[in-house]
Ligand binder design. Structure first.
Ligand code: NAD
Ligand code: UGA
Length: 450
């Protein structure tokens, strides 16, 4: 029997993941619920102005919404109706109490567990989709099954999609990971989740482990990716000091089959809602198990990332005669990466705040992230937001390119030069523009790692 599915949490992870599960399992009903009524209304909007931007997402939602995919605020009804419950609520870094600044804040997760227990009227599978500290499932089992009338089995199915490529990552994943108890009931539960994915993912790509391995793998995978970004950024500084070119170095390092070419792009450091939070969480776990050296090792990845963003403003200041007070700096791109409107932990936010401290006049342009940028920088004076790149560049002393939006290299850079104050500086922190062509126009050009 194809059991119905509910996902609690209709955010960046719940929305796209469930849309694809619904598309590929047309005989299952999939309901996505959230306490945020505004978000649910956006998922249900007649003109498909969805709460998040993700290439290809609208098409999948158009195909499935109202057929077998539903968005709702009726959490109680959905829990009663569905036997398979994914939990994709947020697990931000704790800002208070023990572990503040490092550990995961599990209050949303625990609230969800208590709701499931309260409303369940039959046995359920409860599947961790959120990224959680290793051994969270033990705490969840304890809450869910304490004097419970029904059996609530906890599994871990962490998500590896990256924003900007979520739909492609979901449709063609490198792997799907499902962790469960190694008891006969646990193994049977794992198979039920395998069945959901096996409708489109080749079986050999669906990897099963015990619950603790699945929980830890997710944190470890993000930490490895973040570590690669920090490693190449550490090399970038050395390139700037020595005349080496970080893109050349990365190309050759990546040609070694043991290393591989991906995640070797130097830039303004990693942003996004997860790398920092998950590396901090991993370091916290190491620390709490007495593994101090391992904790310090992972904290180095974060330190390097912060250093990279500081370096951008330091280098900009130096190039602009150590003062940017009342000079106009245009930030091209505010999203933490291209093809998303997400600005959580975006390096552009840190750079904007550093520039504001130096009393710069800031203009921000971004094709998808301006609504979030406006919220993020609401407390800063002297910030203008422009949809049009040419308006953002008008009378600017410098442009700092923060996000490698695909269309930026194709802008009319001669026109941009004519609109700017001279000497017109472009600091391309993504090394995505044609520096030689810009110099030919008359720009002063700065890059990362060159
Ligand atoms: P998000 O903030 O976009 O979405 C979480 C949603 O959960 C919010 O809409 C919130 O209102 C809702 N929520 C919170 N408490 C609730 C409750 N008690 N009942 C119902 N809804 C509730 O977060 P996100 O980016 O989707 O991340 C969610 C989890 O997925 C995190 O653990 C994150 O680490 C993990 N993850 C995210 C990504 C990503 O690309 N964003 C990728 C992999 C894993
Ligand atoms: C990352 C992981 O790639 C996903 O596998 C994971 O599921 C997700 O975190 C999560 O757990 O939330 P995401 O943060 O959406 O995905 O995007 P990435 O493509 O990983 O980029 C993260 C940051 O690293 C961006 O700021 C990006 O610009 C930066 N980056 C990435 C570099 O600076 N250089 C690179 O070579 C690659």
């Amino acid at each position: 029997m194809n059991k119905n599915i509910v996902c609690i949490g209709a955010g960046y992870i719940g929305g796209p993941t469930m849309a694809v599960i619904a598309k590929m399992n047309p005989t299952r009903k999939v309901v996505v619920v959230d306490i945020n009524a505004e978000r649910i209304a956006a998922w249900n909007s007649a003109d498909y102005s969805l709460p998040i931007y993700e290439p290809g997402l609208v098409d999948v939602v158009k195909e499935t919404r109202g057929k077998n995919l539903f968005f709702s605020t009726d959490i109680e009804g959905a829990i009663k109706e569905c036997d398979i419950i994914f939990v994709g609520v947020n697990t931000p870094t704790k800002t208070f109490g023990r572990g503040a600044g490092m550990a995961s804040d599990l209050q949303y997760w625990e609230a969800t567990a208590r709701e499931i227990k309260k409303f369940a009227t039959s046995d359920k599978l409860v599947i961790e989709k959120s990224t959680l500290p290793v051994r969270t499932a033990a705490a969840m089992e304890a809450i869910l099954n304490d004097h419970a009338k029904y059996r609530l089995t906890v599994l871990s199915n962490p998500e590896f999609l990256a924003e900007g490529t979520a739909i492609k990552d979901l449709l063609e994943p490198d792997r799907v990971l499902i962790g469960g108890p190694t008891t006969p009931e646990g193994l049977a539960a794992v198979e039920e989740v395998v069945d959901i994915y096996a409708s489109w993912v080749p079986r050999e790509k669906i990897l099963t482990t015990n619950v603790w391995s699945a929980e830890l793998t997710k944190l470890a995978a993000n930490a490895f990716l973040a570590q690669r970004v920090s490693s190449i950024n550490a090399i970038a500084g050395l390139c700037e000091a020595t005349g080496a070119d970080v893109d050349e170095v990365a190309r050759v390092i990546g040609a070694d089959g043991r290393i591989g070419p991906k995640f070797l792009k130097a830039g303004p450091g990693f942003g996004g809602s997860c790398f920092k939070k998950d590396v901090l969480n991993l370091a916290y776990l190491c620390e709490s198990f007495g593994l101090h050296t391992a904790a310090e090792y992972w904290m180095g990845v974060i330190k390097m990332n912060e250093h990279q963003q500081e370096r951008i403003v330091t280098r900009l200041l130096k190039e602009m005669f150590n003062t940017i007070a009342n000079k106009k700096v245009a930030l091209f791109g505010f999203a933490f990466k291209a093809d998303t409107g997400d600005t959580r932990e975006t390096p552009a936010g840190t750079v904007a705040r550093n520039l504001a401290e130096e009393h710069a006049l800031i203009s921000v342009t971004d094709p998808k992230a301006l609504p979030n940028a406006k919220k993020d920088l609401a407390d800063l004076a002297n910030v203008a937001f422009e949809e049009d790149e040419y308006a953002a560049a008008t009378d600017a002393d410098a442009i700092v390119l923060m996000t490698d939006w695909r269309h930026y290299p194709a802008l009319d850079w001669k026109k941009i030069f004519s609109l700017m104050r001279k000497p017109a500086l472009v600091f391309d922190t993504r090394n995505c523009l044609d520096a030689a062509a810009l110099r030919e126009i008359g720009f002063k050009v700065m890059n990362i790692g060159k």
